[in-house]
Design a protein around this ligand. Structure first.
Ligand SMILES: Nc1ncnc2c1ncn2[C@@H]1O[C@H](COP(=O)(O)OP(=O)(O)O)[C@@H](O)[C@H]1O
Ligand SMILES: [Mg+2]
Length: 257
């Protein structure tokens, strides 16, 4: 479905993505993790050429996206949904209008766009809030509108770049729940950049760990987090063990007290 081959991207002297290759199967949910600055966003943004790679190929459904002309790229992008860390909603438009905008701009009638937008709003559980402006919604609800905006195109591939990173911790869960539902029904193939370890453990078919612009380890969650082969993998394992043991000790202590 998606095959990234020998991808490179430099910014001046800095190599942000260094000979990265990754294949994602149809319906698969791949979670990319790694320390800040290791090249996760650059990698995910080169897939639909929000960032132009220096070299390498991105084959999607048999087509090399890096070779497409402007018009072909535009139609290709309709097949690839993208959810940003910052939701980038338009404040003067209602939730449903935010979702309709891209559909209408790509040539659909208002009626058709409205129906698709409402179907997408329903998928994220927000159909009752269609007329609210972004400012009247919580951060979690705004991000769910952002997700619905991507879903409305019925994408074959969904790219997520830290979709919960700018949310208040209390609002993270509602967004993860929506993501988990989408992954479960395999409506789209998903490539997710996130720091949410519990989500990765529970939802990922495969976890890909990056360091310094390249993939250092990849495998099922139980392998990567239980028996890691890389430095980054061992750091995640220690973090999980710390979180589990401190939670367990605290809960046990509270019970005694
Ligand atoms: N537009 C840019 N100009 C210069 N350097 C950049 C640019 N975008 C990213 N970088 C650098 O490339 C590296 C990888 O960045 P990024 O892909 O955003 O990492 P991550 O998403 O894993 O935190 C970082 O060192 C970052 O500072
Ligand atoms: Mg990033």
């Amino acid at each position: 479905m998606l095959s990234i081959r020998n991808l490179y991207k430099h910014f001046g002297n800095l190599i942000a993505v260094n000979n990265l290759s990754l294949t994602v199967d149809p319906g698969e949910t791949v979670v990319i993790m790694g320390p800040s600055g290791c090249g996760k966003s650059t990698t995910i943004r080169t897939i639909n050429r929000l960032i132009e790679p220096d070299s390498g190929s991105v084959i999607f459904d048999g087509v090399d996206i890096t070779n497409l002309g402007e018009d072909e790229l535009r139609s290709m992008r309709k097949r690839i949904g993208y959810v940003f860390q910052h939701f980038n909603l338009i404040n003067r438009l209602s939730a449903v209008e935010n979702i309709m905008l891209g559909l209408v701009m790509s040539g659909q009638s208002k009626e058709e766009a409205y129906d698709k937008a409402m179907a997408a709003m329903t998928k994220v559980g927000l159909e009752h809030l269609q007329d609210q402006k972004p400012g009247e919604l919580s951060g979690g609800q705004q991000q769910r509108v952002g997700i619905a905006r991507a879903l409305a195109f019925e994408p074959e591939l969904m790219l997520w770049d830290e979709p919960t990173a700018s949310l208040d911790p209390m609002l993270v869960r509602e967004v993860l729940v929506v993501m988990e539902e989408l992954a479960k029904y395999r409506a789209a193939t998903m490539v997710v950049v996130t720091h949410e370890i519990a989500f990765a453990l529970h939802v990922a078919d495969r976890i890909v760990l990056m360091e310094k612009g390249t993939i250092v380890e990849s495998g099922i969650p139980n392998q990567v987090f239980v028996n890691p082969a890389s430095h980054v993998g061992r750091q995640y394992k220690e973090l999980i063990e710390y979180q589990l043991s401190t939670s367990a000790r605290t809960l046990a202590g509270n019970r005694v007290a």
